[in-house]
Design a binder for this molecule. Sequence first.
Ligand code: PRT
Ligand code: ZN
Length: 285
Amino acid sequence: MNKLKIAIQKSGRLYDDSVKLLKDCGIDLKNGVNKLKTECDNFPMEIYFLRDDDIPQYVEDAVADIGIVGENVLYEKNKKAEIVEQLGFGKCRLSVAVGRSEVYEGVEFLNGKKIATTYPTLVRQFLEKNGVRAEIHEISGSVEIAPGIGLADAIVDLVSSGSTLFMNGLKEVETVLRSQAVLIRNERLGADQQALLEKFLFRIRAVKKARNTKYILLNAPNERLKEIIGLLPGMKSPTVLPLAEEGWSSVHSVLNENDFWDIIERLKAAGAQGILVVPIEKMVI
Ligand code: PRT
Ligand code: ZN
Protein backbone atom coordinates (compact mmCIF):
# COMPACT_ATOMS: atom_id res chain seq x y z
CA MET A 1 0.00 0.00 0.00
CA ASN A 2 1.24 3.49 -0.85
CA LYS A 3 1.88 5.71 2.14
CA LEU A 4 0.13 9.00 2.76
CA LYS A 5 2.69 11.78 2.41
CA ILE A 6 2.09 14.82 4.57
CA ALA A 7 4.05 18.10 4.49
CA ILE A 8 4.32 20.10 7.69
CA GLN A 9 6.35 23.15 8.69
CA LYS A 10 9.96 22.29 9.51
CA SER A 11 10.21 24.81 12.33
CA GLY A 12 8.21 27.86 13.29
CA ARG A 13 4.81 28.72 14.64
CA LEU A 14 2.92 25.78 13.15
CA TYR A 15 5.45 23.08 13.95
CA ASP A 16 4.52 22.20 17.55
CA ASP A 17 0.77 22.14 16.96
CA SER A 18 1.17 20.12 13.75
CA VAL A 19 3.27 17.48 15.49
CA LYS A 20 0.90 17.45 18.46
CA LEU A 21 -2.06 16.91 16.16
CA LEU A 22 -0.34 13.90 14.58
CA LYS A 23 0.49 12.50 18.02
CA ASP A 24 -3.04 13.05 19.31
CA CYS A 25 -4.22 11.16 16.24
CA GLY A 26 -2.12 8.24 17.45
CA ILE A 27 0.56 8.71 14.81
CA ASP A 28 4.04 8.27 16.29
CA LEU A 29 6.80 10.12 14.50
CA LYS A 30 10.15 8.39 14.47
CA ASN A 31 12.88 10.32 16.24
CA GLY A 32 15.46 12.40 14.42
CA VAL A 33 13.00 15.06 13.43
CA ASN A 34 15.73 17.43 12.33
CA LYS A 35 15.79 16.20 8.77
CA LEU A 36 13.73 16.42 5.63
CA LYS A 37 11.58 13.36 6.12
CA THR A 38 10.47 10.85 8.73
CA GLU A 39 8.18 7.85 8.90
CA CYS A 40 5.77 6.39 11.43
CA ASP A 41 5.64 2.93 12.95
CA ASN A 42 1.92 2.72 13.46
CA PHE A 43 0.33 4.51 10.49
CA PRO A 44 1.29 4.35 6.80
CA MET A 45 2.41 7.96 6.71
CA GLU A 46 5.55 9.76 5.60
CA ILE A 47 6.18 13.21 7.03
CA TYR A 48 8.06 15.90 5.11
CA PHE A 49 9.41 18.90 6.99
CA LEU A 50 9.38 22.00 4.79
CA ARG A 51 9.20 25.79 4.85
CA ASP A 52 5.55 26.75 5.09
CA ASP A 53 5.81 28.85 1.89
CA ASP A 54 6.71 25.74 -0.12
CA ILE A 55 3.92 23.49 1.16
CA PRO A 56 1.12 24.57 -1.25
CA GLN A 57 3.39 23.97 -4.27
CA TYR A 58 4.47 20.54 -3.03
CA VAL A 59 0.86 19.55 -2.51
CA GLU A 60 -0.17 20.86 -5.95
CA ASP A 61 2.68 18.86 -7.51
CA ALA A 62 1.74 15.73 -5.48
CA VAL A 63 5.21 15.55 -3.95
CA ALA A 64 3.11 15.52 -0.79
CA ASP A 65 -0.49 14.25 -0.81
CA ILE A 66 -1.60 16.53 1.99
CA GLY A 67 -0.15 19.38 4.03
CA ILE A 68 -0.69 21.63 7.01
CA VAL A 69 -0.35 25.33 6.27
CA GLY A 70 -1.84 28.71 7.23
CA GLU A 71 -4.68 29.94 5.03
CA ASN A 72 -2.69 33.16 4.60
CA VAL A 73 0.11 31.24 2.84
CA LEU A 74 -2.29 29.06 0.85
CA TYR A 75 -4.20 32.05 -0.58
CA GLU A 76 -1.06 34.10 -1.18
CA LYS A 77 0.56 31.29 -3.15
CA ASN A 78 -2.66 30.60 -5.02
CA LYS A 79 -1.82 26.97 -5.79
CA LYS A 80 -4.17 24.15 -6.76
CA ALA A 81 -4.80 22.50 -3.41
CA GLU A 82 -8.09 21.90 -1.67
CA ILE A 83 -8.84 22.68 1.97
CA VAL A 84 -10.17 19.59 3.72
CA GLU A 85 -10.30 20.69 7.34
CA GLN A 86 -9.76 23.75 9.48
CA LEU A 87 -7.46 22.80 12.32
CA GLY A 88 -8.17 25.51 14.90
CA PHE A 89 -4.55 26.53 15.61
CA GLY A 90 -2.17 29.13 14.15
CA LYS A 91 -4.98 31.67 14.33
CA CYS A 92 -4.08 35.17 13.20
CA ARG A 93 -5.26 37.93 10.92
CA LEU A 94 -3.63 39.69 8.01
CA SER A 95 -4.16 43.35 8.77
CA VAL A 96 -3.43 46.82 7.52
CA ALA A 97 -1.60 48.96 10.07
CA VAL A 98 -0.59 52.61 10.03
CA GLY A 99 1.27 54.93 12.38
CA ARG A 100 -0.58 55.43 15.66
CA SER A 101 -0.84 59.19 15.19
CA GLU A 102 -2.35 58.96 11.68
CA VAL A 103 -5.98 59.97 11.29
CA TYR A 104 -7.46 56.90 9.59
CA GLU A 105 -11.08 57.15 8.51
CA GLY A 106 -11.33 54.40 5.91
CA VAL A 107 -9.55 52.58 3.09
CA GLU A 108 -9.38 55.81 1.04
CA PHE A 109 -6.52 56.70 3.37
CA LEU A 110 -4.40 54.23 1.42
CA ASN A 111 -4.89 55.99 -1.95
CA GLY A 112 -1.51 56.97 -3.38
CA LYS A 113 0.30 55.53 -0.35
CA LYS A 114 3.16 53.04 -0.17
CA ILE A 115 2.32 49.74 1.55
CA ALA A 116 5.03 47.34 2.72
CA THR A 117 4.12 43.64 2.94
CA THR A 118 5.24 40.07 2.43
CA TYR A 119 1.76 39.32 1.01
CA PRO A 120 1.64 41.21 -2.32
CA THR A 121 -1.06 39.03 -3.92
CA LEU A 122 -3.49 39.32 -1.03
CA VAL A 123 -2.81 43.04 -0.71
CA ARG A 124 -3.40 43.59 -4.44
CA GLN A 125 -6.73 41.74 -4.21
CA PHE A 126 -7.73 43.76 -1.16
CA LEU A 127 -6.90 47.07 -2.84
CA GLU A 128 -8.76 46.11 -6.03
CA LYS A 129 -11.84 45.03 -4.08
CA ASN A 130 -11.87 48.38 -2.31
CA GLY A 131 -11.09 50.47 -5.39
CA VAL A 132 -7.89 51.83 -3.92
CA ARG A 133 -4.73 52.61 -5.90
CA ALA A 134 -1.61 52.28 -3.84
CA GLU A 135 1.96 51.20 -4.34
CA ILE A 136 2.83 47.75 -2.98
CA HIS A 137 6.35 47.41 -1.72
CA GLU A 138 7.19 43.74 -1.28
CA ILE A 139 9.74 42.97 1.42
CA SER A 140 10.77 39.64 2.88
CA GLY A 141 10.59 40.29 6.62
CA SER A 142 10.52 42.81 9.50
CA VAL A 143 7.60 44.53 7.82
CA GLU A 144 6.65 46.31 11.03
CA ILE A 145 9.70 48.56 10.94
CA ALA A 146 9.01 49.87 7.42
CA PRO A 147 6.96 52.96 8.41
CA GLY A 148 9.42 53.94 11.13
CA ILE A 149 12.35 54.02 8.71
CA GLY A 150 10.39 55.90 6.06
CA LEU A 151 10.10 52.92 3.71
CA ALA A 152 6.29 52.89 3.66
CA ASP A 153 3.19 54.73 4.88
CA ALA A 154 1.35 51.59 5.91
CA ILE A 155 1.96 47.86 6.24
CA VAL A 156 -0.02 44.68 5.77
CA ASP A 157 1.19 41.93 8.07
CA LEU A 158 0.06 39.08 10.28
CA VAL A 159 -1.15 39.99 13.74
CA SER A 160 -2.06 37.76 16.65
CA SER A 161 -1.69 39.52 20.01
CA GLY A 162 -1.02 42.95 18.46
CA SER A 163 2.07 43.56 20.59
CA THR A 164 4.46 43.76 17.61
CA LEU A 165 2.38 46.55 16.10
CA PHE A 166 2.15 48.29 19.45
CA MET A 167 5.89 48.15 20.05
CA ASN A 168 6.50 49.68 16.64
CA GLY A 169 4.12 52.59 17.13
CA LEU A 170 1.50 51.20 14.72
CA LYS A 171 -2.25 50.64 14.94
CA GLU A 172 -4.36 48.02 13.20
CA VAL A 173 -6.99 49.60 10.95
CA GLU A 174 -8.35 46.94 8.56
CA THR A 175 -8.54 43.15 8.45
CA VAL A 176 -7.61 41.72 5.06
CA LEU A 177 -8.02 38.05 6.01
CA ARG A 178 -8.68 35.89 9.07
CA SER A 179 -6.48 32.84 9.02
CA GLN A 180 -5.82 29.55 10.78
CA ALA A 181 -3.94 26.37 9.98
CA VAL A 182 -5.74 24.10 7.53
CA LEU A 183 -5.24 20.62 6.16
CA ILE A 184 -4.90 20.77 2.39
CA ARG A 185 -4.90 17.97 -0.18
CA ASN A 186 -3.80 17.36 -3.70
CA GLU A 187 -6.80 17.45 -6.04
CA ARG A 188 -6.24 13.99 -7.50
CA LEU A 189 -5.28 11.42 -4.90
CA GLY A 190 -4.93 7.73 -5.69
CA ALA A 191 -7.37 5.27 -4.10
CA ASP A 192 -4.92 4.24 -1.35
CA GLN A 193 -4.16 7.83 -0.42
CA GLN A 194 -7.83 8.75 -0.46
CA ALA A 195 -8.65 5.90 1.93
CA LEU A 196 -5.77 6.86 4.23
CA LEU A 197 -6.79 10.50 4.19
CA GLU A 198 -10.30 9.53 5.26
CA LYS A 199 -8.89 7.48 8.11
CA PHE A 200 -6.66 10.37 9.18
CA LEU A 201 -9.54 12.87 8.93
CA PHE A 202 -11.76 10.67 11.06
CA ARG A 203 -9.10 10.81 13.77
CA ILE A 204 -8.55 14.57 13.40
CA ARG A 205 -12.26 15.20 13.84
CA ALA A 206 -12.40 13.02 16.96
CA VAL A 207 -9.42 14.91 18.42
CA LYS A 208 -10.88 18.32 17.54
CA LYS A 209 -14.23 17.42 19.03
CA ALA A 210 -12.60 16.20 22.25
CA ARG A 211 -10.50 19.38 22.55
CA ASN A 212 -13.66 21.47 22.70
CA THR A 213 -15.45 19.21 25.13
CA LYS A 214 -15.07 18.30 28.80
CA TYR A 215 -16.40 15.36 30.78
CA ILE A 216 -18.26 16.38 33.92
CA LEU A 217 -19.13 14.32 37.00
CA LEU A 218 -21.13 15.65 39.93
CA ASN A 219 -23.25 14.63 42.88
CA ALA A 220 -26.85 15.80 42.94
CA PRO A 221 -29.55 15.63 45.60
CA ASN A 222 -32.34 13.51 44.13
CA GLU A 223 -35.01 16.12 44.72
CA ARG A 224 -33.14 18.55 42.41
CA LEU A 225 -32.00 15.95 39.89
CA LYS A 226 -34.45 17.02 37.22
CA GLU A 227 -33.36 20.64 37.40
CA ILE A 228 -29.67 19.69 37.32
CA ILE A 229 -30.11 17.33 34.36
CA GLY A 230 -31.94 20.12 32.56
CA LEU A 231 -28.77 22.22 32.70
CA LEU A 232 -26.57 19.54 31.10
CA PRO A 233 -26.56 19.12 27.34
CA GLY A 234 -24.93 15.65 27.17
CA MET A 235 -24.41 13.64 24.00
CA LYS A 236 -27.76 11.87 24.33
CA SER A 237 -28.76 12.27 27.95
CA PRO A 238 -26.64 12.25 31.11
CA THR A 239 -25.78 9.04 32.95
CA VAL A 240 -27.35 8.94 36.42
CA LEU A 241 -26.13 6.45 39.05
CA PRO A 242 -27.35 6.13 42.65
CA LEU A 243 -24.80 7.02 45.33
CA ALA A 244 -24.31 4.83 48.40
CA GLU A 245 -25.66 7.73 50.40
CA GLU A 246 -29.47 7.73 50.38
CA GLY A 247 -31.10 10.58 48.44
CA TRP A 248 -28.08 11.40 46.23
CA SER A 249 -27.07 10.50 42.68
CA SER A 250 -23.94 10.77 40.61
CA VAL A 251 -24.47 12.48 37.25
CA HIS A 252 -22.05 12.17 34.30
CA SER A 253 -22.21 14.18 31.11
CA VAL A 254 -20.19 16.17 28.56
CA LEU A 255 -19.95 19.93 28.23
CA ASN A 256 -18.82 22.32 25.55
CA GLU A 257 -15.73 24.24 26.62
CA ASN A 258 -17.41 27.55 25.78
CA ASP A 259 -20.44 26.94 28.02
CA PHE A 260 -18.30 25.63 30.82
CA TRP A 261 -18.18 28.45 33.43
CA ASP A 262 -21.71 29.50 32.86
CA ILE A 263 -23.09 25.99 33.38
CA ILE A 264 -20.84 25.22 36.38
CA GLU A 265 -22.21 28.23 38.23
CA ARG A 266 -25.80 27.28 37.52
CA LEU A 267 -25.13 23.69 38.60
CA LYS A 268 -23.75 24.87 41.93
CA ALA A 269 -26.71 27.16 42.40
CA ALA A 270 -28.98 24.15 41.77
CA GLY A 271 -27.32 22.19 44.59
CA ALA A 272 -24.75 20.11 42.71
CA GLN A 273 -21.69 19.11 44.76
CA GLY A 274 -18.29 17.51 44.18
CA ILE A 275 -18.15 18.72 40.59
CA LEU A 276 -15.26 17.18 38.63
CA VAL A 277 -14.39 18.31 35.12
CA VAL A 278 -11.90 16.22 33.16
CA PRO A 279 -10.44 16.47 29.67
CA ILE A 280 -11.51 14.02 27.00
CA GLU A 281 -8.82 12.48 24.83
CA LYS A 282 -10.87 11.38 21.83
CA MET A 283 -14.52 11.70 21.02
CA VAL A 284 -16.32 9.64 18.39
CA ILE A 285 -19.97 10.33 17.83
O1 PRT B 1 10.50 29.22 7.96
P1 PRT B 1 9.11 29.30 7.45
O2 PRT B 1 8.98 30.03 6.14
O3 PRT B 1 8.46 27.95 7.46
O4 PRT B 1 8.29 30.11 8.57
P2 PRT B 1 7.79 31.62 8.60
O5 PRT B 1 8.79 32.41 9.35
O6 PRT B 1 7.37 32.08 7.25
O7 PRT B 1 6.42 31.49 9.39
P3 PRT B 1 6.11 31.49 10.95
O8 PRT B 1 6.63 30.26 11.60
O9 PRT B 1 6.42 32.81 11.58
O10 PRT B 1 4.51 31.41 10.85
C1 PRT B 1 3.89 30.32 10.26
C2 PRT B 1 2.40 30.57 10.21
O11 PRT B 1 1.90 30.80 11.53
C3 PRT B 1 1.95 31.82 9.47
O12 PRT B 1 1.94 31.64 8.07
C4 PRT B 1 0.55 32.03 10.02
O13 PRT B 1 -0.37 31.20 9.36
C5 PRT B 1 0.68 31.55 11.47
N1 PRT B 1 0.75 32.65 12.45
C6 PRT B 1 -0.10 32.80 13.50
C7 PRT B 1 1.62 33.68 12.49
C8 PRT B 1 1.28 34.47 13.61
N2 PRT B 1 0.22 33.90 14.20
C9 PRT B 1 2.06 35.65 13.90
N3 PRT B 1 1.75 36.35 14.86
N4 PRT B 1 2.69 33.99 11.73
C10 PRT B 1 3.43 35.08 12.02
N5 PRT B 1 3.16 35.92 13.06
C11 PRT B 1 4.11 37.06 13.26
C12 PRT B 1 3.76 38.29 12.45
O14 PRT B 1 4.31 38.21 11.14
C13 PRT B 1 4.41 39.42 13.27
O15 PRT B 1 5.78 39.53 13.00
O16 PRT B 1 4.13 37.48 14.59
C14 PRT B 1 4.23 38.90 14.67
C15 PRT B 1 2.96 39.47 15.23
O17 PRT B 1 2.56 38.80 16.39
P4 PRT B 1 1.86 39.60 17.59
O18 PRT B 1 1.46 38.54 18.58
O19 PRT B 1 2.87 40.53 18.14
O20 PRT B 1 0.65 40.31 17.02
ZN1 ZN C 1 7.39 31.17 5.59
